[in-house]
Design a binder for this molecule. Structure first.
Ligand code: PRP
Length: 185
């Protein structure tokens, strides 16, 4: 069987580093929402955020509910048009009493979270904040700053810990840089 670890050029964020990031962010969330009298709902943006969300929610000690959305950019080739398509929406009748915290694996152009935060506010959420494990600020096409950020990374092709290339590598426990020959074949 193919050993996918041979496709990795190097580890960019190790398991230990991820664990420290998750611990730090969970503590910040605990502090920020300690006096919260509404429902805190962690919203996992499928699929990339699954692993981060799973680890983060185990370390948060304030009461949370969880939910999921699936969003994709309307693409033309490899370029996004700047519009998003909501394939799985948040269907909660109680949204007005919810503090939503969107959990992302990575911010690139910023288009997904920029649209999504506006959309969820328009839907009537009490508050909407954002949390990302990885941020690639050099790739921004729209201005966007997350409320919680794990680490900024350079513009490299990263996979693992939820992130994929052609649906592969999501289950790796670290964030790695993919060898260029894998995606230029
Ligand atoms: C990735 C990531 C974000 C989005 C960020 O999702 O999980 O949702 O792209 O990009 P942006 O800042 O340029 O909008 P992707 O479309 O790869 O789907 P996936 O999570 O299912 O892999």
């Amino acid at each position: 069987m193919k050993n996918i670890k041979n496709d990795i050029e190097r580890v960019l964020v190790s398991e230990e580093e991820i664990d420290a990031i998750v611990t730090r962010i969970a503590k910040q969330i605990d502090e920020d929402y300690a006096a919260n009298d509404k429902k805190l709902v962690l919203v996992c943006i499928l699929k990339g955020s699954l692993v981060f969300m799973g680890d983060l929610m185990k370390k948060i000690t304030v009461p949370v509910e969880i939910d999921c959305m699936k969003v994709s950019s309307y693409g033309v080739g490899t370029e996004t048009t700047g519009q998003i398509h909501i394939a799985l929406d948040l269907l909660r009748p109680d949204i007005a009493s919810c503090d939503l915290l969107i959990i992302e694996d990575i911010i690139d152009s910023g288009i997904t979270l920029s649209h999504l935060t506006k959309y969820l506010k328009l839907k009537g959420a009490k508050s909407v904040r954002t949390c990302t494990l990885l941020d690639k600020p050099s790739r921004r096409r729209v201005e966007f700053t997350p409320d919680y950020c794990g680490t900024e990374i350079p513009d490299e092709f990263v996979i693992g810990y939820g992130l994929d290339y052609a649906e592969m590598y999501r289950a790796l426990p670290f964030v790695g840089v993919l060898k260029p020959e894998v995606y230029t074949k």
